[in-house]
Design a protein around this ligand. Structure first.
Ligand SMILES: [Mg+2]
Length: 232
């Protein structure tokens, strides 16, 4: 049984921690060399700024709408990631760091009726101690936990936690996940397990592939190639 906890608009949230004036303002963080947007707050998304949008194509929009634009600061994001993982260890001793803003927690020892409550405590504690908002997905496999996290992120009434432990919950929520999200999660999962490498190589976009290669060669946090991967 796993929980996947994921930082919301992670790079932007890290920038906001150190400048409270940025709250409720549209913020984006750019990729290496300031090429394109790799993180956007909800306010920036509402302005129509797409993930990966080239900076030259949104420069006028950003000026007009007062969007705060940051160059990426990998040192800061790596440090915040380490702080968050320190908090996770208080809730579950067995943690797998999946990316700079995503970690799997093994919830096997936690009683079923306490899993969702633990997810809510986890979110609150991380927010209080680090200032970074998160969402938590819970499921019997890592793939289902990842899909649960997607649902938690896109369904405000869930309050940031989605538990897909039961068959009933899976039947209720899985049909609502966008097909493209499901395919991407399954492909990433297969990629992690080295299943069907030729198919994975064909399907996974190049930025995602660079992250996979970085994970294979170095499981430590916050490598430069990982950090340039889009972070929602
Ligand atoms: Mg994220």
């Amino acid at each position: 049984m796993f929980a996947l906890i994921d930082g919301n608009s992670f790079y932007c949230s890290c920038e906001r921690v150190f400048d409270p004036k940025l709250r409720r303002r549209p913020v984006i963080v750019l990729s290496n060399n300031d090429g394109c947007a790799v993180a956007r707050t909800a306010e920036a998304k509402a302005l129509g700024i797409k993930m990966g949008a080239p900076m030259f194509s949104i420069r006028d929009l950003c000026k007009r709408e007062g969007v705060v634009v940051f160059s990426s600061n990998y040192t800061l994001y790596g440090d915040m990631s380490r702080r968050m993982n320190t908090v996770y260890q208080r809730f579950a001793p067995d943690i797998e760091i999946y990316s700079i803003d995503e970690s799997f927690l093994d919830l096997t020892p936690v009683a079923p009726e306490h899993r969702e409550e633990l997810g809510r405590d986890l979110r609150t504690t991380v927010s209080t101690w680090t200032g970074v908002p998160t969402c938590v997905g819970i499921g019997p496999t890592k793939t289902l936990a990842k899909l649960a996290n997607k649902i938690a992120k896109t369904t405000p009434q869930l309050g940031g936690v989605c538990d897909l432990t039961s068959d009933e919950a899976q039947h209720e929520w899985l049909p609502l996940v966008a097909l493209e999200d499901t395919i991407l999660v399954l492909v990433r999962s297969a990629s992690m397990q080295n299943v069907f490498p030729p198919v994975v190589d064909w399907l996974v976009p190049s930025m995602d592939r660079s992250r996979r290669i970085s994970q294979e060669s170095d499981t430590s946090l916050a490598t430069a190639s990982d950090s340039s991967t889009p972070r929602d």
